[in-house]
Design a protein around this ligand. Sequence first.
Ligand SMILES: Nc1ncnc2c1ncn2[C@@H]1O[C@H](COP(=O)(O)OP(=O)(O)OP(=O)(O)O)[C@@H](O)[C@H]1O
Ligand SMILES: [Mg+2]
Length: 190
Amino acid sequence: MFAIGVCYNEGMMSTQSLPAVQTPTMLDFISHSVAQTIRIGLRLGERLQSGDLVLLLGDIGVGKTHLVKGIVQGIGSEDLVTSPSFVLINEYRPGPKAQRSLASARIHHIDLYRITEPAELTGIGLEEVLDRYHDICLIEWADRAATWLPQEHLAIYMQHLAEDKRILRFVPQGKRYYDLVETLKQTAFG
Ligand SMILES: Nc1ncnc2c1ncn2[C@@H]1O[C@H](COP(=O)(O)OP(=O)(O)OP(=O)(O)O)[C@@H](O)[C@H]1O
Ligand SMILES: [Mg+2]
């Protein structure tokens, strides 16, 4: 359905590792704890809008689900975030604190870890949630669905640096996401 890119490297999509070359449109954060990762997610979630797509990439246990916890809180949902590893897609509702424009939106938290080949993507409901233009989609292991995903998105690459230390590299694709990262640079931790 869509043309793609998570992150291009000489025409190929990189998988779990950080894009090797940093460009001015990207944004790096270092997290030293679970609490900091959640706080980074919170700052991002506060700035998400209806229709946004966030891809989360990184090895097992790097902290993708904890980042999603923060994002979902930042959007204003009071729902409990759990790993959708077995059900593949969790759905959360924005709560009373969410922006009014998100009141009828849903947050789809998708985990594609169990997908080993593209044929397995049909029938899990991924296309349906991506077609819901007013909703927000957060996709862990998004590289497993690379050719299915919209070209415009915010990709977040996470990597272990030490036991509790992580680097998070925000890589925007498309104007909406360049603007979002620019806003984060100027406002989130200033
Ligand atoms: N700075 C940090 N940020 C996030 N998690 C951290 C950090 N330091 C340590 N951790 C630990 O790393 C683990 C991250 O788990 P989490 O489920 O968020 O990872 P994940 O990337 O979603 O894994 P999976 O690929 O299995 O879905 C937790 O046990 C958490 O306590
Ligand atoms: Mg996870």
